[in-house]
Design a protein around this ligand. Structure first.
Ligand SMILES: [Zn+2]
Length: 532
């Protein structure tokens, strides 16, 4: 079997590191199997004539990206596990909402600023009556990475500035924002979202500043709880209630004309800004753990803000230790996904590239890694890849974001290295509004650039739900192998009439129900034109 054969197995029953080295030495590592675990398993254990014909259609149209876009737009993709709500909304939506809320535009040097209109200031331009298309276009450029080549800035600075530009509006519109993102997801047959949000962010940081850091983490947590952390958790839950109410109303989920977005299961991850003082970061993390324990809508937590920021770098290990303490001492399991290794050579001192992913996994309790771009620079990277494979630590791959922010793309991206090592992967958008993309675009990009076929893309979609933070057992016995759990072993995945044992299993697991829905959607998708 030559390297040109698609979806080859690398014999992962052999010591994985040896297999990886062998694969890389053979020059095969850029075209590996997405299946991890048992290499003898069929690439698609539940292949049907329809699924085979669908895969063949995809290959037949490999040289026609627009045709593949049609295919991928319609293909059920499971979930998007890495999406910041604030960055997922398109600038045009923010501007429309700003106009409704009497916002004005003000020139601030080279930039344009959005702020509430002040009747006394004649220099302000009212958005609702703005006739100047050039100003409108410049606002969109400023609130996204559109026209980056002409902006005279790097993708990195333009990207993070876009969050700032939208922030006066994004703070006011959470329900509308979720409605937009959920609707776009549904239109692309993506029915599960874990959106990253920051309820109570300012109040929690303020509490953190007031309490400070005590002699150890345990006494700091105690002091935060005594100072009112639980009240802030209730405040956060009220924000979620309000957001949910507004969302239901916008999507008209109980009405006859319910939006497609109503079909999307939306869950949240609590964000913590990593570039704040240690006391503020600890308070945010303690809050995240408490709200995740208190509210099933908040399924986990993540650390955000630029990983290459001076403070983020200085305190990286401390943050991992804080997480280790808070998560391992919590009475119930708390799900952690971490941005780690969103770095590259030249952006930071080389020493910073050597340990972030490992510490996130081994200290910070991360079950998923966001980006993981600098994996090749980690100390003993091959051993770390093996640890990630063994523990089933999934990497959320954000190709467009990495291209724009880090200038890492194509052969320089580690996606093939992760695949070769059998580390579970999925594709995610990161900030689809700022980057002006969607999840289908990321699937297309991965398929074209890394020669992934339909079965591979199905694996990425299945991984998104298998590694979601929804509660309950997975439909699959083991990450990556896609053998049905014993209760459903005699069932057809996604069938409308599961056996009683399987029905009981599904009833007890939210995760498995979403997985079952994906299987049903995939089976349906495979009956469409491409299967004939
Ligand atoms: Zn991110």
């Amino acid at each position: 079997m030559g390297c040109g054969t698609r979806r080859i197995g690398f014999g992962w029953r052999a010591p994985a590191r040896l297999a990886l080295l062998l694969a890389m030495a053979m020059g095969c590592a850029s075209n590996p199997s997405l299946q991890s675990g048992d290499a003898s398993a069929s690439p698609d254990a539940y292949a049907t004539a329809n699924s085979e014909r669908t895969a063949a259609w995809f290959e037949d149209h490999r040289n026609q990206p627009p045709a593949l876009r049609v295919f991928l737009q319609r293909m059920p993709k499971g979930g998007d596990l890495h999406s910041h709500l604030g960055g997922a909304v398109y600038a045009e939506s923010y501007l429309a909402w700003a106009a409704e809320q009497d916002f004005c535009v003000q020139r601030a040097g080279e930039a344009l600023k959005l702020l509430k209109c002040d009747a006394g200031d004649p220099a302000m331009m009212r958005l609702a009556t703005l006739e100047d298309s050039e100003i409108y276009d410049r606002l969109i450029d400023q609130m996204s990475t559109r026209n980056l080549a002409f902006a005279g800035r790097t993708g990195h600075s333009d990207f993070f500035a876009a969050f700032e530009a939208a922030s006066p509006v994004s703070r006011l519109q959470p329900g509308k924002m979720v409605a937009e993102v959920a609707t776009r997801a549904a239109e692309q047959r993506t029915y599960y979202l874990e959106l990253m949000i920051s309820p109570q962010n300012r109040a929690v940081r303020k509490l953190g500043r007031q309490v400070g850091l005590r002699s150890d983490f345990a006494s700091t947590r105690r002091a935060l709880l005594e100072a009112g952390l639980a009240d802030l958790v209730e405040g956060g839950q009220r924000e979620l209630d309000e957001m949910e109410r507004e969302l239901q109303q916008i999507l008209d989920c109980d009405g006859a004309d319910a939006s497609p977005g109503c079909a999307v299961t939306v869950r949240f991850l609590q964000q913590t800004s990593r570039n704040r003082t240690p006391a503020e970061v600890f308070a945010q993390l303690a809050f995240a753990v408490e709200i995740a324990r208190a509210d099933s809508r908040m399924v986990g937590l993540n650390l955000i803000s630029p990983e290459d920021d001076r403070v983020s770098l200085r305190d990286y290990t401390t943050h991992m230790q804080m997480l280790e303490f808070l998560v391992t001492t919590a009475p119930e399991p708390v799900n952690v996904a971490l941005h780690a290794g969103e770095l590259t050579l030249g952006l930071v001192h080389p020493k910073e590239l050597r340990f972030h992913i490992r510490e996130a996994v081994e200290v910070g309790q991360a079950r998923r890694i966001g980006h993981g771009v600098d994996i090749a620079y980690e100390d003993d990277a091959l051993e770390l890849l093996e640890v990630m494979r063994e523990r089933g630590v999934l990497v959320e791959i954000c190709l467009t974001s990495n291209d724009i922010i880090l200038d890492v793309r194509g052969d320089d991206h580690p996606l093939p290295l992760y695949l070769a090592a059998g580390v579970p992967l999925t594709l995610a958008t990161d900030d689809e509004g700022i980057s002006r993309i969607d999840l289908s675009h990321e699937y297309l990009r991965a398929a074209l650039r890394y020669d992934l076929g339909y079965r591979d893309l199905k694996t990425l979609a299945r991984n998104s739900l298998a590694h979601s933070f929804l509660p309950g057992a997975s439909l699959w016995q083991q990450s990556g192998t896609f053998t049905l759990t014993p209760a459903c072993a005699s069932d057809t995945p996604g069938s409308g009439n599961p056996t009683p044992a399987c029905a009981d299993f599904l009833a007890a697991s939210e995760r498995a129900r979403e997985q079952w829905r994906l299987e049903a959607e995939l089976a349906d998708f495979e009956t469409l034109n491409w299967a004939h």
